[in-house]
Write a new protein. Structure first.
Length: 158
């Protein structure tokens, strides 16, 4: 009896191999991952709440935006992206496409429009949870220069 308890105690302390939870499949005909809601951040994607949806069979659209501050000092932004899917394998999408973002700061009554063209990847971390990261060559309207800037997002597909 003591040997059994000792053996069970030792086995419980040893790391057991656990099968990884399978991620989703973008290519599933039974579950098309139609649209997603989440958070995004970038100079052209917008910063705040985000929505992604398929515009055409190989094109995903995205809109994001947010507002912060008080009524006297309100800043806001709105961004739109279109991603042409280059490759889609099980839980990974590789894409490229344009984006445009409008940023406003009412304290100075300034509006800034940013444009980008970039490439990125979207990965299903869990069955419905996806992480998106891309890097775009971004023209900052207030700076008149082009910078390679990252954009990220986390989405829940339904």
């Amino acid at each position: 009896m003591r040997r059994g308890i000792l053996l069970l105690s030792l086995l419980s302390c040893v790391a057991m191999p656990v099968a990884a939870q399978p991620g989703g499949n973008f290519n599933s005909a039974a579950d098309p991952y139609f649209a997603a809601l989440g958070l995004a951040g970038g100079y052209t994607s917008g910063v705040g709440l985000a929505l992604r949806w398929p515009m055409l069979p190989q094109v995903m659209g995205g809109i994001a935006g947010g507002a912060w501050g008080s009524s006297d000092d309100l800043a806001w932004n709105l961004g739109f992206e279109a991603h042409y899917v280059l490759r889609q394998v099980r839980s990974t999408r590789i894409f490229f496409g344009p984006g445009v973002g409008l940023f406003s700061d009412d304290t100075d009554d300034k509006k800034n429009v940013n444009y980008s063209l970039g490439v990125g990847v979207e990965y299903l971390v869990r069955e419905r949870l996806a992480f998106k990261a891309d890097i775009g060559f971004t023209f900052l309207g207030n700076d008149d220069k082009v910078y390679p800037l990252p954009q990220v997002g986390i989405f829940y597909y339904f």
